[in-house]
Design a protein around this ligand. Structure first.
Ligand code: ADP
Ligand code: GLC
Length: 485
């Protein structure tokens, strides 16, 4: 099965969130099951700098915002990838420093419409073997709004590969103005409510939903939620009408990278059958980054971790509201890593300054610290308002760090609340609240901290999480059957 993966990020070359992890792990899981993969990425400056040897496959000229844009297509073999990477090298669009989507002040790059329309046009050309490489994919699998136009460009091509479009997050719709539509010379028949049009502008995400042969999202519960007004961002009606081609396939995690018994970022290793002393050493090392002395009393108090984008989706406002209460009423400490909205960054940093021996905040993106927090914390917070899948809760389950989550999306599909029944059947692996409000979140954290004081019960919860398989193998199987449907 020849499959062209098209995405705007892939770990470890460029990653802003879970999309990057999935675009790394899923094609590897597919390749392990026999698929022949090419992964197409934009040639961002930082990405190109990480490549050793590249081969020029050819040049493609496609329409940009102000005439024809020429893209050089590169092929590279990267040691972290078992299949070839294809790169769209187009310096005016991608050769700039910083984040793939936003400038240094956090605003969308003003030419994002052109950047990702050109990227999609090139992808559609390569999907038709426009460079005569004798490699014609059976399937083109595109991800999120940045690649939504790929399926649209291919829709009218007579002999074309099957198109699969995965929604990783409906909250990011790739919305642009009518002026961009005109400048980019997008086909005029797309400009309709049945096409790309969306409230006077257009949405690249909508293009993927309308024109792909199959649409997937990253958990079964989220696949249902996005068909409702509460989670649908105005696209729920469309999604409901496309339910016949909408599939919810749960993400996996890369267990070669996220494995507490081998993780190279950890000072000590541990496993389900022997959690301590390994996990405790990780806690000690993590605390040691922030405190001068880590005595027994400090070690025994619960340490609560959080890693994530600091945006409303992740319930950071609930965390901010709950923190002062938890500081006053419990002996817990907090270690929080993330970056995102400036107001959240500032408020968290202020709390850390006010409570230097109990609240530790790192603003930024730090892969090693993310691993250290997953391993060294006792409890993990992920109170997302919505969560298409979520990887962090799966990492925390695997690292014996039970998560506190709101029952939504992939969190609902992976975290089992602790109660008498779930403890009895050994499925309890975390703590789940049902009402989207800070009181419910706080109650649940309190409940978790009470359980933490019962070591035998706690160990059973940890082991249930550590023992659950989140391997990509099964999910990859679902994708493969979809590809061949
Ligand atoms: P989302 O994709 O919505 O951000 P996920 O839970 O699916 O949420 O994935 C987040 C990924 O990004 C995880 O691999 C997580 O470890 C990582 N991550 C998020 N923020 C940071 C950060 N500040 N530093 C390091 N890794 C981060
Ligand atoms: C998105 C979602 C997250 C999901 C990730 C990978 O960023 O917010 O829930 O895990 O994509 O699919």
């Amino acid at each position: 099965m020849k499959t062209l993966f098209v995405a705007s990020e892939a770990y470890p070359l460029v990653k802003t969130g879970g999309l990057g992890d999935v675009v790394y792990s899923l094609p590897h899981a597919l390749a392990a099951r026999g698929a022949d993969i090419r992964l197409l990425l934009p040639g961002y400056r930082s990405l190109l700098r990480q490549l050793d040897q590249v081969r020029i496959l050819g040049w493609l000229d496609v329409r940009g915002a102000e005439g024809i844009v020429s893209a050089r297509i590169l092929e590279t073999r990267h040691p972290d990838f078992t299949f070839p990477l294809w790169i769209v090298d187009c310096p005016p669009l991608f050769d700039r420093s910083g984040n793939p989507y936003v400038n240094a002040s956090g605003q969308d790059w003003p030419d994002n419409a052109e950047r990702f329309a050109v990227f999609a046009r090139v992808a559609a050309q390569l999907a038709q073997d426009a460079l005569d490489l004798d490699w014609q994919p059976h399937v083109v699998h595109a991800h999120d709004w940045q690649t939504g136009l790929v399926a649209a460009f291919l829709a009218d091509v007579p002999t074309r590969p099957k198109t699969v479009f995965t929604i990783h997050n409906l909250a990011y719709g790739g919305y642009f103005a009518h002026g961009d539509f005109v400048r980019l010379h997008l086909p005029s028949h797309w400009w309709s409510p049945e096409g790309l049009e969306f409230h006077g502008g257009f949405s690249m995400l909508k293009a993927g939903i309308v024109y792909a042969d199959a649409v997937t999202t990253v958990s079964p519960t989220y696949a249902q939620e996005i068909c409702t007004p509460e989670f649908g961002y105005g696209l729920d009606g469309l999604l409901l009408s496309r339910q016949y081609k909408l599939h919810g396939i749960l993400n996996g995690i890369d267990t070669s990278i996220w494995n507490p018994s081998t993780d190279a970022y950890l000072p000590a290793h541990y496993s389900m059958s022997r959690i301590n002393p390994g996990k405790r050493r990780n806690k000690q090392a993590l605390l040691g980054r922030f405190l001068e002395t880590v005595d027994d009393e400090v070690l025994q108090a619960p340490l609560i971790g959080l890693v994530g984008r600091l945006v409303e989706q992740k319930g950071i406002d609930w965390v901010l509201a709950a923190l002062p209460v938890l500081l006053a009423k419990t002996d817990a400490r907090f270690v929080l890593l993330g970056s995102g909205q400036a107001v959240y960054e500032q408020k968290l940093s202020r709390l850390a300054r006010q409570n230097p021996d109990r609240v530790f905040v790192e603003i930024g993106y730090d892969e090693p610290l993310a691993h250290a927090i997953e391993a060294g914390s006792d409890l993990f917070l992920m109170p997302s308002r919505f969560e298409p899948c979520g990887l962090n809760q799966m990492y925390s389950l695997r690292y014996g760090t039970p998560p506190v989550v709101f029952r939504t999306g992939g969190l609902a599909d992976t975290v089992v609340d602790t109660n008498t029944a779930t403890l009895a059947d050994a499925t309890a692996n975390g703590f789940v609240f049902e009402t989207p409000a800070v009181e419910a979140f706080l109650d649940t954290v309190h409940r978790a901290l009470e359980t933490y004081r019962q070591p035998a019960v706690w160990r059973r919860i940890q082991q249930a999480g550590m023992g659950r398989s989140f391997d990509w193998h099964d999910s990859a199987g679902h994708y493969l059957s979809l590809y061949s449907m």
